[in-house]
Design a protein around this ligand. Structure first.
Ligand code: TRH
Length: 374
């Protein structure tokens, strides 16, 4: 059997858009770049449609961008399992499907959440016997050669390489009229954050004019509290050197282009965090909160890798800003220093993106892995 056969990907939307964001990218890439026939089973098509506006949330089955998208309904109907099955983020397969897998499924994988922690290399690729001749393999994305790498579609990479300032200008002009006074564009996608007013206050008084683009998200309300009301999409709110523009939720590919077009990006969760790294621009990550503050360990592990080769002044500015944002502390000095470090952080972000590209892309690594197992 070759790996270019039928694959099923199962995705449960636990919270927000990261679970489906990752699965949708992976499904499209496997179909488009590796010739695999992919069925993507999703339990929440309404959330999916927010990042893929062409999707019909009422259709139980539809073919979109080369992928068969299927509703994962509670009463899962009997379906012949695929030879390769990906259970995203330990979502637990439907019982009827699981029961039909022995003798049919040749490779079963659990695609795990992303972490930069050292233990990931030791667990990546391990199998766990599930009975009836089935093994479930743990496939970990990551930042080093011993992991599954990061999702990176070749088409997006090529488009990114050819993306010029004129493209950025054209894209940003779709959201609000061009203003020649603006010399810094920033995108802001985050969870609600008590550190926001300190950041915005600093931008108000900064000597450069910044325009902050806020996609429709959980932070929109905090922005509205800061400015004293919701800003209509398309209009520009301004106080001294800060401009704010709100955006509707964009299609995933347009959101990626927004990241390429801004000078710095605030991102969150998992998928936007990875895209911001590929964008090669300075970024601030709002990590998804976990019990017992385990997310802070994850943050520290990534920060240690990210800043290992960064100039010391820029590294400490970045570390302080990451801490302020994730611990939600109100410290304007942190943002002043971070803004001053932007030129060095921009250079660093470009070299980091090149370094990451050396580990291959997650979909390609997955295809090779499956090829060795079947
Ligand atoms: O939405 P997130 O917070 O997602 C997740 C989930 O909550 C998940 O359960 C959790 O485990 C994980 O975080 C760590 O953030 P993320 O991962 O960045 O996903 C957002 C997706 O939405 C990403 O694919 C980009 C996409 N997006 C758009 O398509 N258009 C937009 O306008 C925006 C702002 C985002």
């Amino acid at each position: 059997m070759t790996t270019a056969g039928n694959w099923d990907i199962f995705c449960k939307v636990v919270d927000n858009y990261g679970d489906i964001g990752v699965c949708w990218r992976l499904a499209r890439q496997l179909a488009g770049e590796y010739g695999i026939s992919v069925r993507l089973w999703v339990d929440d098509l309404a959330s999916f449609a927010r990042i893929a506006p062409q999707l019909d949330p009422a259709a139980a089955e539809q073919f979109l961008d080369g992928v068969m998208v299927c509703l994962w309904a509670e009463d899962f109907t009997k379906t012949l399992p695929a030879p390769v099955v990906i259970e995203a983020f330990a979502c637990a397969l439907p019982a009827a499907y699981r029961a039909a897998m022995p003798g049919v499924t040749r490779c079963w994988l659990n695609l795990e959440y992303l972490s930069a922690e050292d233990w990931v290399e030791g667990c990546h690729g391990l199998g766990s016997p599930q009975g009836q001749g089935l093994n479930k393999y743990f496939f970990f994305p990551g930042f080093s050669a011993g992991t599954g790498g990061l999702l990176q579609e070749q088409a997006a990479q090529h488009e990114r390489e050819r993306w010029h300032q004129a493209d950025s200008r054209k894209l940003l002009a779709r959201f609000a009229p061009f203003d020649e006074r603006v010399s810094r564009n920033v995108s802001l996608f985050a969870y609600p954050n008590r550190a926001l007013p300190a950041l915005l206050d600093e931008l108000v008084e900064d000597d450069k004019t910044s325009r902050v683009y806020v996609p429709d998200s959980l932070i929109t309300r905090s922005v509205a509290e800061y400015v004293g009301g919701y800003i209509d999409c398309g209009s520009v709110w301004q106080r001294d050197n800060l401009q704010i523009v709100t955006l509707p939720m964009l299609a995933q590919a347009d959101y990626d282009r927004l990241l390429w077009s801004c000078d710095a990006n605030f991102v969150r969760g998992e998928d936007s965090f990875v895209r911001a790294q590929w964008a090669g621009k300075p970024l601030i990550w709002h990590i998804y909160r976990q019990d017992e503050n385990t997310h802070l360990e994850k943050l520290a592990a990534w920060q240690a890798r990210y800043l290992a080769d960064c100039a010391s002044y820029a590294a400490s500015a970045q570390a302080a800003a990451l801490a302020a944002w994730n611990r939600e502390t109100a410290d304007r000095d942190v943002w002043r220093t971070w803004l001053r470090a932007q030129p060095d952080l921009a250079l660093h972000a470009r070299s980091w993106a090149k370094q990451l590209a050396q580990h291959g892309n997650l979909a390609g690594n997955l295809v090779s892995f499956v090829g060795c197992k079947v």
